[in-house]
Design a protein around this ligand. Sequence first.
Ligand code: IVH
Length: 705
Amino acid sequence: MSATSAEDDSAAGDPVARAGELRALIVHHNERYHTLDDPEITDAEYDALVRALRDLEAEHPDLAVPDSPTSQVGAAPSTLFAPVVHHVRMMSLDNAFSPEELQAWADRVGKQVPPDTAFECELKIDGLAISLLYRDGRFVQAATRGDGTTGEDVTANIATVGAIPKELDPAAGPLPEVLEVRGEVYMPIAAFDDLNRRQAEAGDRLFVNPRNSAAGSLRQKDPGVTATRALSFWAYQVGEVRPEPSVAGGQLPDLATSQSTTLAWLGRAGFPVNPEVHLVEGLNGVLEFCARWEEHRHDLDYEIDGVVVKVDDLDLQRELGSTSRAPRWAIAYKFPPEERSTTLRHIAVSIGRTGKATPFAVLEPVFVGGSTVGLATLHNEDQVRLKDVRPGDTVIVRKAGDVIPEVVGPLRVKGRRRKPAWKFPTTCPVCAAPLVRLEGESDTFCTNLDCPGQRVQRIAHFASRSAMDIEGLGEQRVQLLVDNGLLVDVADLYGFTPETFAGLEGFAELSTANLLAAIDDSRQRPLSRVLIGLGIRHLGQVGSTALARACRDLDVILTADESTLAEIDGVGPVIASSVMAWFDSPVNRSVVDRLRAAGLQFTEPGVDTGGADPDLEQTLGGRSVVVTGTLDGYTRDEAEAAVAARGGKSPGTVSKKTYAVVVGRAPGASKVSKAEQLGVPIVDGASFEEFLATGELPEERSSAN
Ligand code: IVH
């Protein structure tokens, strides 16, 4: 079965056939998701199938059948666990995928409720629904939702979840004989990361996301395994209660009044209740809550996939009633998906300037998390093996709050033959020299210093923003010039003339003139930037700046002995020895001589300190750093002052000249997208201090070779 069948219109002409096909697909995917914990499609694709069927049934009412999956909940329970019948049905929720659909729901509800109706807004936790049964305040049974009528008995597994109370707090008042509490079992993100770290250490397959690992961890035959999985729980509803709660002087009035009083009571009884619930009046408040959490969803340490909006008053809920599968008094507002599936066309390896060979996924381009993704890093050989992604697989691609897209793992389609596991190449894809992986290390290297792949990366690094900042000389152009024999080392750049580019594609008159001007301009860069550009091992931005500021002139470095260099603050023996070795090489020396002859400065001027702090390394000397969003421990003014103390400036807008954009929590969307558009590097807010200290940009991924 294909993941994209929602868009497949093979049966489009015949609504009966199309409805039959969609139902079969949905039933199949229900089983994969709910019973087997091994989905073949992403949640967003599943939602699209359901929506297609619902639309079709609405258009052709004669097609509706009583057992259509649009009127059912979940999937039949598996035979792995004993069945548990729910005395009060466990419903699902209808979805709204846009503010307009939310408005349409509010309009429908609005016909039956007063205009000032209160809505309880809750986060939609991405876990799995669970029903917990208490008798006289003691936990006695837990069951999954199953098909809403019958679930699976997972009591022993739930007993291992510390967040779930086993005895209720009598402070909540007299406890009912029977109390069924419902909520979401989930895996916190830190626990998920930790679990995958352990899986990797043991060489076991990685889990694709926290929801899947929560479901897989709970539905274990051996509760001992569940106990190791750090699951957690939020309560959001009561089911069966005996004797029945009642207001007006009766029992447990809180449970008979409203959703908000119910949650407050659950909290007093000892259940974890999500603190982010918010009672609002009217739809505007609902829309605000949805917008806020759509933006801030990654501030939480658990995953949410939307907001659940509930009419607060329980009498009104009863009046509104339910369809066969979902209440009319609630709706789930779903956020746009951050995970999509696509085909992994093949896995390629790129060669960095140090010779590091990095595998990356070449994907059927897919729009996810706000942009189109065609390439995604796979980090190293072990990651490919642990994720078990193979060429031809349908894979999940995730692009969440942070901006680097990743391949999460394969979607396994039963019965589909897969290609054999991918093997890391033994030779460099660029120069065919052997690739070497040293024992105990995760990275693999091309050992040929003359490898054209490395050469391209070395020259592109020299021209990059953090070094000589030659605009218009990106990796692709460097590649083209190297391929055409016009560029062998960085000194060749300064011998370019308009004639160099004659007949080359992509070098029109104007862009050639601009490039030559940019190369000419780079002759003025201070020594520190030249040193960065040379790509000397161990000598990063901090070391280069320290060395340049201490020596002021390249000749001082060239005539100094190693111990003198090693004594410089921020240099030390390792860098000193690497610098000496680099300049000792006759090949490198001749490049330096040619650069000097080309008019490069090789001197470091004194720094004009605006808000600069003379005691701090000027890691951002003269550079523009735009800060957006909230950074831990800094107000906006403090963050900008910290940039200034390092010699940088903080303009309010992103331009081509911006060195980097630091992205904190709740960043300005336009700044981030502008940065992406212009290719300005993005620094994660969590790395702000490291960035200040080093001035180094996150490593840029290179494209296919
Ligand atoms: S209320 C009858 N509240 O979303 C209403 N559900 O797509 C029952 N969920 O089965 C659900 N967070 O597993 C409710 N705050 C929340 C929720 C929530 C997550 C899940 C739940 C439900 C599914 C429906």
